[in-house]
Ligand binder design. Structure first.
Ligand code: SAM
Length: 372
C-alpha cells in the first residue's frame, strides 16, 4: 500500500522521518525516499494493518506532516507529453474513477488535492474542474454519502468519524487516491487551515495561534480557553496573539520591549510589560503562557517546561524556531528536555507538536497539565 503525506516544501526529509516513526510504532515496515521541495512524500508499505496504522498516527502523531492518507498510486491519467501538448479534452475522470472504485470503500467527503508549491498551484484549476464531475458520479454510485445535517445545522457525521476520500494530483498526468479517517488525518483539505484574517488584529501571527487552538484543543477549546482566565504572552509585540486571547475574554500580560500596535495597545484586558520575556515571572499563577520569542529552541523549550513544571501556568503554547539543518534532531532534543524537566517536578503533562500551515521554519507546541 501507499502512504501519501503532504508537508511544507523543503520539509520532505522531516515528513519522511515522521512516517518512519509512526510506522515503527505500528510495527510496519515502510520505505520512503523524500525528494526536496516537492511538498509531499510517498512511502511504500508491504503489508499495512490499517487499524494499527491509524492508532499509531494518534499515539505517535506526525510533527511535520500536514495531511496523510493511505491508498494507491501513482495512477497514470495520461502521459505527461500528452498532457502538455494535447488541445482536445483528455479523459482523466474514467481512470480516476477506476482507481477510486478499486479502493472499494465509501466516504463522507471528496478532497481534490495537489502539492502546496508553485508547481502544485498550476494543478489547482484542473483539480477544481475534475472535482464536481467525480463527485457527482461517486454520489450516483453511492460511494459518497449524503451529508445530512441535524436540526442545529451540524453535519450528522462528527469530524472525528468522517472518512475522507483523497485524490492527490502531483501533476496533470498522475494521481494518488486513498482514505483518511477522523483524527488520523487532517480536518482540512491539503492540511491547509484557511482562516480569515481578523481586520482588527495587529499581525498575521494571529492566524498561527488561531490554527494552533483548533489543532490542539479541538472541541475542548471552549472549556480550556475561557473568558476570565489569565494569560502571559511572551514576545507579544506587535500583539496578534495578545489580541486573540483578549478577544476571547482572557486577561493578558503582554511582555515585550517592543510596542503593541493598533487597538490591542488600548485594550483594557491587555497589560503591556516592557521586560525580558526569558526572565519574566508572573506574581500569581496563570492559566496560560504563550511564547513567540525568536530564540534557540532549546532555551524556549526549557523555559516553557519551567513555567509548567513550577506550576506558574497550567497550559503553554509556544513556537520553536528551526533555522538549523538537523531540524528533527533539534525537535527531539527539545522534547527530551521538556520531559526531563517535568519528570523532575513530578508534573503529569501532555505535549503535542505540529508544524502548522501558518508556521514557517518552526513548529508550534502545546504543553498542558493533565487533569487527574
Ligand atoms: N506573537 C507576536 C504577534 O502575534 O504579534 C509576534 C511575535 S514576534 C515573532 C517576536 C517578538 O519577540 C518581537 O516583538 C520581539 O521584540 C520579541 N522578543 C525577542 N526577544 C525577546 C525577549 N527576550 N523578551 C521579550 N520579547 C522578546
Amino acid at each position: 500500500m501507499i502512504i501519501v503525506a503532504q508537508c511544507r516544501a523543503d520539509f520532505e526529509a522531516e515528513a519522511a522521518i515522521d512516517i518512519t516513526r509512526t510506522a515503527a510504532a505500528a510495527g510496519i515496515d515502510v520505505t520512503c525516499t523524500p525528494t526536496k521541495n516537492l511538498g509531499y512524500v510517498v512511502a511504500q508499505a508491504e503489508r499495512l494493518d490499517l487499524r494499527r496504522w491509524r492508532k499509531a498516527l494518534v499515539d505517535v502523531p506526525p510533527v511535520f506532516v500536514r495531511s496523510i492518507f493511505v491508498g494507491s498510486g501513482p495512477h497514470q491519467l495520461t502521459d505527461v507529453a500528452h498532457a502538455a501538448g494535447q488541445r482536445t479534452a483528455i479523459d482523466r475522470v474514467t481512470p480516476l474513477l477506476a482507481a477510486i472504485e478499486a479502493l472499494d470503500t465509501d466516504a463522507s467527503d471528496l478532497w481534490m488535492e495537489y502539492p502546496d508549491t508553485n508547481d502544485g498551484k498550476a494543478i489547482s484549476t484542473l483539480a477544481r474542474a475534475l472535482g464536481p464531475r467525480i463527485e457527482s458520479e461517486l454520489r450516483r454510485r453511492g460511494r459518497l454519502l449524503e451529508d445530512a445535517t441535524t436540526t442545529r445545522g451540524l453535519p450528522t457525521i462528527a469530524p472525528r468519524n468522517r472518512k475522507r476520500l483523497h485524490v492527490f494530483m502531483p501533476d496533470g498526468a498522475t494521481a494518488y487516491v486513498g482514505i483518511s479517517i477522523g483524527e488520523s488525518g487532517s480536518p482540512w483539505p491539503m492540511g491547509i487551515a484557511r482562516l480569515r484574517m481578523p481586520n482588527a488584529a495587529p499581525s498575521r501571527s494571529v492566524l498561527k495561534l488561531a490554527e494552533a487552538l483548533i489543532t490542539f484543543l479541538g472541541e475542548a477549546e471552549h472549556e480550556r480557553l475561557r473568558a476570565g482566565m489569565r494569560a502571559v504572552d511572551l514576545g507579544a509585540a506587535p500583539g496578534g496573539w495578545s489580541w486573540l486571547l483578549a478577544s476571547r475574554g482572557l486577561r493578558v500580560t503582554a511582555v515585550d520591549n517592543g510596542a503593541l500596535k493598533g487597538e490591542v495597545a488600548q485594550d483594557a484586558l491587555v497589560t503591556h510589560v516592557r521586560d525580558d520575556g526569558l526572565k519574566f515571572r508572573p506574581k500569581r499563577i496563570v492559566d496560560w503562557v504563550t511564547c513567540d520569542i525568536v530564540e534557540q529552541p532549546i532555551r524556549i523549550a526549557t523555559l516553557m517546561a519551567e513555567w509548567v513544571g513550577e506550576g506558574l501556568a497550567r497550559q503553554a503554547l509556544f513556537n520553536l524556531k528551526l533555522p538549523m539543518k538537523k531540524r528533527y534532531d533539534e525537535v527531539l532534543r527539545c522534547v527530551d528536555a521538556i520531559d526531563t524537566r517535568l519528570a523532575r517536578s513530578g508534573i503529569d503533562a501532555s505535549l503535542r507538536l505540529r508544524q502548522l500551515y501558518h508556521d514557517r521554519a518552526e513548529v508550534t507546541c502545546y504543553l498542558a497539565c493533565v487533569d487527574r
